[in-house]
Design a protein around this ligand. Structure first.
Ligand code: 4NP
Length: 157
């Protein structure tokens, strides 16, 4: 398969996109593809730059076998459109913000991550930041399914 660089993007880069980074990284490693698929995450906002993921995302991730603790937040930058082949947004607002930043020369794929999990019937990963514990589990459920769909799609390329 073709080497691919994948960037997951949410608003703060402390809940959803670091979860996507950790879950997809685990699936890619389990498939023995960590030498061909590079993975990173970023936020459209700069608020949490340099910070670790939200403690709830770290804890719920760990409870399901994913290690988010070493990750650090950063903001999306123009260079990302040069460096990455796929830029996958968690929700429609993230996607709109990325579309506004996207240079005309970008030849990669910019879209919604959950479109790789068509069976879900949901296109956005709900922001868990202001909600309760169940929101964090739902984020992981959705992201696990979309990660599997994404990996399948990349394997066919
Ligand atoms: P994320 O969640 O975009 O999934 O990282 C959020 C994190 C922080 C804030 C909002 C959403 N915030 O308002 O600080």
């Amino acid at each position: 398969m073709k080497p691919q660089k994948v960037l997951f993007v949410c608003l703060g880069n402390i809940c959803r996109s670091p979860t996507a980074e950790a879950v997809f990284r685990a699936q890619v490693a389990a498939a023995g593809l960590d030498h061909v698929i590079e993975i990173d995450s970023a936020g459209t906002a700069s608020w949490h730059h340099g910070k670790a993921p939200d403690p709830r995302s770290i804890a719920f991730g760990a409870s399901r076998g994913y290690d988010l603790a070493p990750l650090r937040a950063r903001q999306v930058r123009l260079q990302d459109f040069t460096d990455f082949d796929l830029i996958l947004a968690m929700d429609a607002q993230n996607l709109a913000d990325l579309e506004a930043l996207k240079p005309a020369a970008f030849r990669g794929h910019l879209g919604l991550f959950l479109d790789y999990a068509a069976d879900l019937g949901v296109r956005e990963v709900p922001d868990p930041y202001y909600g309760g514990d169940s929101g964090f589990h739902q984020v992981i459920d959705y992201i696990e399914q979309a990660s599997a769909g994404l990996l399948n799609a990349l394997l066919k390329q």
